[in-house]
Design a protein around this ligand. Sequence first.
Ligand SMILES: C[S@@+](CC[C@H](N)C(=O)[O-])C[C@H]1O[C@@H](n2cnc3c(N)ncnc32)[C@H](O)[C@@H]1O
Length: 352
Amino acid sequence: MGTKLSKEVHDYFKEEKGSLCCRVLTSKFKKLKITVVKDGTEKVKIKKKSSFQFLIILIFIANLLIKDGSGSKKKLYFFTYKYILYGNQIYLLGDVRVEFINSKENKLFKTIKKLKQKKYRERENLFLAEGHKFLDFSITPKYIILRDGVEENFPKIDDFNCKKYIYSDTLFNDISTQENSQGVVLIYDFLSNSMDNLGENIVILDRIQDPGNLGTIIRLVDAVGFKDIVLTTGSVDIYNDKSVRSSMGSLFNLNINYLSEEKLVEFLKLNNYNILSSGLTNESVNYNKIKLKGKNAVVFGNEGQGVSKEILKVSNEIVKIPIYGSAESLNVGVATGIILYKVKEILEEYEV
Ligand SMILES: C[S@@+](CC[C@H](N)C(=O)[O-])C[C@H]1O[C@@H](n2cnc3c(N)ncnc32)[C@H](O)[C@@H]1O
């Protein structure tokens, strides 16, 4: 259906006049009827008389349809990816509205720009993820922002029922967190994580500081097949753009919570977790000899100081990866990989 018409439909043009910027699809067909289906319900039929009239009507409808409360002048792109040709009508499906923004005064732009800072993320309950990889997840973002000119690279955005915007180059550069951006930024609501019903095997991260390490560990925990991470207060934010990026989307698959050290210790004791801290101490046992019990909490520590004394004190065992050369210790992400895969291996042996 769609592909047959795509050449004509994609022959769209761009009209920029002051605050009005509208990209509409044109067609060589005479007497064409356009039906805009908004969110699957609202229908507006237009009889095409001439290109000019057609453009005026579309702009009029665009302004009627768009109400986002941003206070900025409405600018619209009509997206041309999803349509069905039926008889002499084109049905544009789903949310065909994509607003073009090129003003630094736009309210949403100002909000998104601030999401690089934790205090604004917390205030807005929003975080930012960048890159096409995030379009592979079924979690619907609140907003999708594309850089002007890359629309055709991301037909996948049609799968998401959310607000979509195209930002001018200058604006996109201001919100982008990557040097070589692919031109797509997704804004999500905070994830709903909870300390209820944690799994049998959980990972504790004690004051981890580096966002790249955190993202790597999130990805690793997901790969090993565990579901829960608890971070002690003072650890880096999971919604830091580098953590989000290096988690490669695994943060959507896990339940990640923050607790104070005191509350964490109380929680682990109350719920009878076997606490296995990692670190190089005189009492540490080799990671090959880990003793697992019913519920296991494996703890990894701060990049500079390791696991806190308070947590070490209540640990059932301290586990080390032997250092054969002269390195002082391993990167916490690497240590997490070695120990968690060992834990997984032992758990699988139990199951056989
Ligand atoms: C860079 S290390 C911290 C080194 C710190 N100077 C210390 O005294 O613990 C960060 C974390 O990685 C893990 N780690 C690093 N090397 C390890 C090893 N050889 N054995 C066990 N855990 C290790 C531990 O969880 C540690 O808390």
